[in-house]
Ligand binder design. Structure first.
Ligand SMILES: NC(=O)c1ccc[n+]([C@@H]2O[C@H](COP(=O)([O-])OP(=O)(O)OC[C@H]3O[C@@H](n4cnc5c(N)ncnc54)[C@H](OP(=O)(O)O)[C@@H]3O)[C@@H](O)[C@H]2O)c1
Length: 262
């Protein structure tokens, strides 16, 4: 049987220097866990790490998949107690077929796919041999409500990357359970949360409460996520995304459970 969502000692949180990743890291630390954060901006990682009391920070562009095997070697030798990864780092790029040349569209799209899809997949699958050497381990992937309903038409690649995270997370959960691995696999599907994620949009603050009444503050979001962890949910929604996740599982959950059993 898989462990509980919070049954781990030491977590690597990608993008833990800001936004949702930082809030997750702070909560884990408040619960006595060791937290290691990584991201691209060293100064941000250094100050966040100091302020939170993180165990360590590493500079890593999670979209640079060639660097990941070496990073995994380093982090698991320096922190052999690592038994959780939170694939949180992600980017959102407005992409326009009307205003962009094909080259620009594709360059940005490829980068977004590397960061949102390839990086998280290489990190969690690359860490599996290490996780399998532990008593138990936890993999958490951050998707989005937009991976369930692609309502953000200005983000024609982002929505799909998050749908990938949703389906990939379900399938690796099933495969690890079928293989008898003691690894809990959690998906967190945020709605709009007031962070810096929309920095490339025309209005970078359109995910903040004063501009978008259905958006959550980071604190409101974390309240639902913590509840989801405590209830040991496999898929955790928050605020408006709770309903969307429930609708999805209400429609397709039984079909999936049927094939999962075979
Ligand atoms: N906020 C929302 O409304 C919302 C909604 C649904 C889903 N999400 C998802 O939640 C996750 C966290 O987003 P957020 O809202 O907290 O956004 P954020 O405020 O922009 O924070 C993202 C963090 O990820 C790091 N990061 C970005 N690209 C990276 C890369 N290539 N390598 C390593 N670190 C990277 C950033 O640090 P550096 O720039 O220093 O690397 C930053 O610390 C993302 O996966 C996002 O898609 C957010």
């Amino acid at each position: 049987m898989a462990p509980g969502s919070l049954d781990f000692q030491c977590a690597l949180v990608t993008g833990g220097g800001g936004g949702i990743g930082r809030a997750i890291s702070e909560y884990f630390i408040s619960q006595g866990k060791k937290v290691i954060i990584c991201g691209r901006t060293e100064s941000k990682l250094e100050s966040a790490s100091k302020e939170m009391g993180a165990t360590a920070f590493y500079k890593l562009d999670t979209g640079d998949i060639k660097a990941i095997p070496e990073f995994i070697k380093k982090i698991t030798s320096e922190h052999p107690d690592l038994d959780c990864i939170v694939n949180n780092a992600g980017v959102q790029r407005p992409l326009s077929l009307k205003d962009m040349k094909a080259e620009e569209f594709l360059e940005k799209a490829d980068n977004e796919i590397s960061i949102n899809i390839s990086g998280p997949m290489h990190l969690s699958i690359g860490l599996l041999p290490h996780f399998r050497s532990k008593k138990s381990a936890v993999i958490m992937n951050v998707s989005s409500v937009l991976g369930y309903i692609p309502t953000s038409i200005i983000n024609p690649v982002y929505n799909g990357t998050k749908a990938f995270v949703h389906f990939h997370t379900m399938n690796i959960r099933s495969q690890l359970a079928q293989a008898g691995d003691n690894i809990k696999v959690v998906e967190i599907a945020p709605p709009s949360v007031g962070t810096d994620l929309h920095r490339e949009r025309e209005d970078p603050d359109d995910n903040k409460k004063d501009k978008n009444s259905s958006a959550l503050t980071v604190e409101e979001f974390m309240d639902d996520v913590i509840k989801g962890w405590k209830e040991n949910k496999d898929t955790i929604g928050a605020g408006p995304s709770l309903k969307v996740v429930d609708r999805w599982y209400g429609e397709f959950g039984a079909d999936y459970a049927k094939v999962e059993k075979n």
